[in-house]
Structures are given as structure tokens and as C-alpha cells.
Design a protein around this ligand. Sequence first.
Ligand code: FAD
Length: 472
Amino acid sequence: MQKVYDVAVFGGGVVGAMIFSDLSRAGYKAVLIEKELDVATGMSKANSGLVHAGFDAKPNTLKAILNVRGNKMYPAVCKRLGVKLKNCGAFVVGDNLDAVKELYNRGMQNGVKNLFVLNRKELLSALPNISDNITCGLFAKDACIVDPYLLTICLAEEGVVNGGAVALDYQTSSVIKKGNAFEISGSRGKILARRIINCAGAGYNDIASLIGSEQYQTEFRRGEYYVLDNSEGNIVPSTVFPLPTKAGKGVLVTPTVDGNILVGPTSYESDYDTKTTDFGLQDIRAKVPLMLKNVNLSKTIRVFAGVRVITGDDFIITNSKKVENVCNIAGICSPGLSCAPAISEYVIKKLLGLEYKAKADAVKIKPYLRLKDLSITAQNKLIKQNPDYGKIVCKCEGISVGEIVDAINRPIRPVTMDGVKRRIRAGMGRCQGGFCSDKVARILAKENKMKIEDVVKEHKGGYYLFGDLGGR
Ligand SMILES: Cc1cc2nc3c(=O)[nH]c(=O)nc-3n(C[C@H](O)[C@H](O)[C@H](O)COP(=O)(O)OP(=O)(O)OC[C@H]3O[C@@H](n4cnc5c(N)ncnc54)[C@H](O)[C@@H]3O)c2cc1C
């Protein structure tokens, strides 16, 4: 007889992975269904990586409530998973003290602690390079930065080691209610589940139309970024925002947990397409000097874009009124990353009415090994045990053969070049894989017993190599 899952979660972004992990740790049988070849390929792969303090959202909205709660939950989640979270704080800077005070008051209403209104002199002691026009600002001490894709991957892995299943590359063709379960049919067979959570991001309406649940009018807004080389990593110690406008939080400058600097994002209506544009990048170039001096965009190692999925002023997180046992999670734009732990708690406890607490015997994942983070003595010990840790493949990030092999042989095996990159950062450095991607592709092919010509960058058909390889 076919297994019936307690819950099927559509969408392997940070929200779906968090819910999947929490359900599995609590002892439920859960399956995470993702249409791409890997998790963390939607909004959760391309954002600013900020765990906001929660002062920006309108009071009493889900965004505000879940952001403040999510911010408090993050340290425990990241500690459990061994994912880096840096509490570097965030500044909002500008020349309008009334607007700064309004943000402060909103933060107070939302229950944000450790907020401080600062004058220019106080700002200068933390941010010596603020522009001449900046007169005041707000400091949110509890804001943090995190690696959003590694977090998502680790959560999905955690769901797996706690008994959950992940169906990648699953193209759903129908969802039919049969007795007290849903029969989900798709490209990789049938899945039976008693409940469905639809958190498929940009694909929410596609899944809703198959289920017969509510569809929502959706707007997409592209956010483009520059990534600066880690030689620039010290230009700001914290995230620096301008004062927010109706279009959003504005073009920010932030360190990343891995020592780069992100500059962006833009915010304009677009298709769900992650291309970057001259128009967007120029917009960033024009805005940054209004906030900070000496941001050297010539140190850019990459540009990228993410696309926000928006369904109105607030998130939609509700049980379907049309189809019983279906939970709709739509329009999780910013600050969805910050809210993710709290969204999961809210959905599991309040909407599903299930047990949220992890079982006493819930299993932890093995944290990703990064030689760079170890002492020389610990590195040497590892290299003695396995010489592959001494063979550096990605010179920019200092990633060895051993680390790449480990990153592939995990509870969810990456099958794409980007999958390896997001797990272990091979190809994320200054040369952006120019020197190492050939070796990474060979290791990936060998470990997954694939032909090298079948290795793809991210999506099906997006082959890394093509043409006649001349027997190589
Ligand atoms: C430019 C930008 C900057 C941002 N900055 C921040 C920030 O600094 N801090 C913050 O808190 N938030 C930020 N956000 C918001 C944050 O990224 C999102 O709220 C969060 O990633 C949403 O996660 P998700 O799981 O809902 O969606 P996604 O990550 O998009 O996941 C949805 C998943 O569903 C899958 N899917 C789609 N269709 C189907 C289908 N038919 N079947 C199965 N699977 C399907 C997709 O492939 C995808 O993997 C930002 C967003 C953007 C775009």
C-alpha cells in the first residue's frame, strides 16, 4: 500500500523548507515537493540575506508580528543547523529626523527592542564613510545577516534526516481529493497526503489552480544587486539602508556572512525573470553615493537579481476556505526570510493545529565543513586523515576537493553546479568559477556517477559543457 504523508509541502524555498523541517522534527510524515533540481532556487536564493529587526513593517500586520518573532527565533535555528548568523545590526540613515523618529515609533509599536535614534556625530563613529548630506539615523542592534540558500538547504536536509522525503524536479500535473487524502500526480509518480501547504512562491497560483483553492493577484518586482569582492568586506560593519520609501526599503549596502558586500536591490515591476539590466544597475550606481562615500563598484565580482512575489500589502497565510486541509501561503516577499521560523510556527500550531515542538530524539544534521573556518592545527589534522582536504580547487574561496566531495554526499545530493556552489561556495569568489568550475564539474559528475556532459549549471537543459568534447 502506498504511503500516505501527513503533510505535503509545495515549494522548497526557505518557508517550505522551514515548515518541512519543523514538521519532520515534530514526528510528522512530511514530503517537500519542488519543481526544480534543487531547493533554494526561487526568492530564497537571491535576496539581501538580512534578518530584519522588524521596525519597518506596518504594526499589527503578519509581516510585523512574524518578523519580530522570527528575529528572536533565528539564533537557535542557525545554531542547531550550524549555519552562520552574524548579529551585525542595521542602520537606516537620512536627512529627515521626523521620518527616522516615525520608524523608531513603528519599531516600538511592533515590539522591537534595542532601537536607537542617532545624530550625525554618533553615526560617524560607526560609519565614517556616510555621505555629507546624512544628518541622522536609526540603529537596530538586533538585525542580523545569514546565508539564505545554505540555510534553506540545511533545513531541507534536516527534514530528510528526521524522516521526511524530498521530491525534486517534480512537475505536478493534478491534485485530486480521494477519501481523506489528496492524490498528487506528477512527473515522478503519485504522492498521497492528508494535508497540503502551498508555499510555492511564484508558482503558488499554478498549484492553487490544480487544487481548486484560492488564487491571488500577484505582482513581481525585480531586485538587482552588485556583489563586491571580499577585499571590500570592511567598508561597512553593518547593514546600511536609506530611509524607506513606498517602493520599499531602498538600495542598501551590507556585508555578507562570507565577507563580501552586497549593494542593491532595485525595486521595479517586472516579469518573474532574474536577468539584470543596465537600467537597474545604473539606478543603484546613482543611489549609493547619496548614502555612503567610497563604495567602490569597480570591485564588483558579480551582478544578480531576485524577484519579489507580492500579493498585496501583507503576507497571505491562511487556511483555504474553498478546499479543506489546504493551507495557502502566498506573497511572501520581504521580510519573508526574517519571518520564516515564525511563519512555520504559526502555520503548524495555529493553522494546522499540530504539535510544533521537536521530538526529544529529533536528529541534527552534520554542519557543513569549511576548512577556512578551522585552526591550522585542525586543518592539518584533517589533511593527514584525508589528503583531499589539502587539494584546493576553488582558490578564491579556498575550497578543497574533500569539502566538495562532502558537500555532494549529503542528505540531499546536489546535481547542479549551482547546487555545489550554494552549499560550499566553490565558484563564489573573485574569479566566479573561471578557474575551478571545470574541476568542480568533474567532481560532481564522478560523485553522482553522471557523464560530465550531463552536468547542468542550474536548470534542466542548461548544460555546463556543450559541443564536441573530443573524448575528454
Ligand atoms: C530582491 C529581494 C531581496 C530580499 N531581501 C530580503 C531580506 O534581506 N530579508 C528578508 O527577510 N527577506 C528578503 N526578501 C524576501 C525573501 O527572499 C522571501 O520572502 C523568501 O525567500 C520567500 O521564501 P519562499 O519559500 O516563500 O519562496 P521561494 O524561495 O521563492 O520558494 C518557492 C519555491 O517554490 C518552488 N515552486 C514554484 N512552483 C512550483 C511548483 N509548481 N511545484 C513545486 N514547487 C514549485 C520554486 O521553485 C521555489 O523553490 C527579499 C526578496 C527579494 C526578491
